[in-house]
Design a protein around this ligand. Structure first.
Ligand code: TLP
Length: 344
């Protein structure tokens, strides 16, 4: 049975070209700043995001954590959407490790937050309150349908944050998906941000790694925070080599993943019992409402698994399916057959 794994784009495997680049990578001790391949990747990432400097870290979670630690300091407060990955899925590491206080405002289904609500959440200078330090946005927004946040909104948010004395961090784990979907560059989307992270290990198919980008001074501090967290890697050029291939070879093809997500969503919408909001499918994430099937999401996920299609239950009545390399239109059609059989 051919398995179609739609659980996440994190399941992507390194391409043949990546494995070759990894085998041949020139390396050195990166904690001494002596790994030429890591340095090359950091320069390339900074360049792609239009920032002065970048830092190679182990994961999206670490990329966010070091950024929040630098911007907020212990006891500082960050304002973020209530559906943010940082708030939901990172074990509260910003509080547990960074001593950062989270203040949430509601996310809208398109991943944005109401900027008036952000302004209202900023603390007055009062001995009772923590100090508001940071606004965090997520682009694309994972739990909000994988929505891309456009440059106009990002600029407005940046202006608001800076006007209120806050910094802006963008969790851009899938910023290249956003750029491809919006027909723009990641640099334009994160231009208003003081820092932005992105993942090499999701749709871009590298085996490990994320980048944090920002000013030279910000990245120098982020580098210290990475070391504090035990994230100083040595001959990391082996991994960075795959990241370089990810950046040069795997970005443009994300459009194919978005088309496959649309194909999947349209097919699912035609299956009785399943509900999908087609206009919300703009990148590679598809959310499926299972209420009308009479099954819970975990029950349906189990049935699908037995039929060779893997998905995640993202709520009691919601399934998430993610398209990615190297899934083809034929794989999507195979998954649709499994869904049809699973609900019948
Ligand atoms: N997201 C994963 C899971 O953690 C849910 C996924 O399968 O989507 N920011 C965003 C927006 C993310 O979606 C993720 C991973 C991260 C950060 C964390 O990245 P990693 O897994 O590399 O720590």
């Amino acid at each position: 049975m051919r398995i179609v794994d739609l659980r996440s784009d994190t399941v992507t495997r390194p391409t043949r070209e990546m494995r070759k680049a990894m085998a041949e990578a020139e390396v050195g001790d990166d904690v001494f700043g002596e790994d030429p391949t890591v340095r090359k990747l950091e320069e390339a990432a900074a360049d792609r995001l239009g920032k002065e400097a970048a830092l190679f870290v182990t994961s999206g979670t670490m990329a966010n954590l070091v950024s929040l630690m630098v911007h907020c300091g212990r006891g500082g407060e960050m304002i973020l959407g209530d559906q943010a990955h940082i708030f939901y899925y990172e074990q509260g590491g910003s509080a547990a490790v960074g001593g950062i206080h989270p203040r949430t405002v509601p996310n809208r289904p398109d991943g944005t937050v109401d900027l008036d609500a952000v302004a209202a959440a900023v603390r007055a200078d009062d001995v009772h309150f923590p100090r508001s330090r940071l606004l965090v946005l997520e682009n694309t927004h994972n739990r909000c349908n994988g929505s891309p946040l456009d440059a106009g909104y990002m600029t407005e948010a940046g202006d608001l944050a800076h006007g209120l004395g806050l910094k802006l961090h963008v969790d851009g784990a899938r910023i290249f998906n956003a750029a491809v979907a919006l027909g723009t560059t990641p640099a334009e989307l994160v231009a208003p941000a003081d820092s932005a992270s992105f993942c090499l290990s999701k749709g871009l198919s590298a085996p490990v790694g994320s980048m944090v980008c920002g000013s030279g001074a910000f990245v120098a501090e982020a580098r210290r925070a990475r070391k504090l967290l035990g994230g100083g890697m040595r001959q990391a050029g082996i991994l960075a080599a795959a990241g370089l291939v990810a950046l040069t070879r795997m970005v443009d093809r994300l459009e194919e993943d978005h088309q496959n997500a649309k194909r999947l969503a349209e097919g699912l919408a035609g299956i009785e019992g399943l509900a999908v909001s087609l206009e919300r499918v703009r990148t590679n994430l598809v959310f499926i409402d299972t209420r009308e099937t009479g099954m819970t999401a975990p029950e349906l996920v189990d049935r699908l698994k037995a039929l060779g299609t893997l998905c995640l239950a993202s709520g009691p009545q919601q399934i998430r399916a993610v398209t990615h390399h190297p899934l083809s239109a034929a794989d999507i059609d195979g998954a649709l057959t499994a869904f049809r059989e699973a609900v019948s």
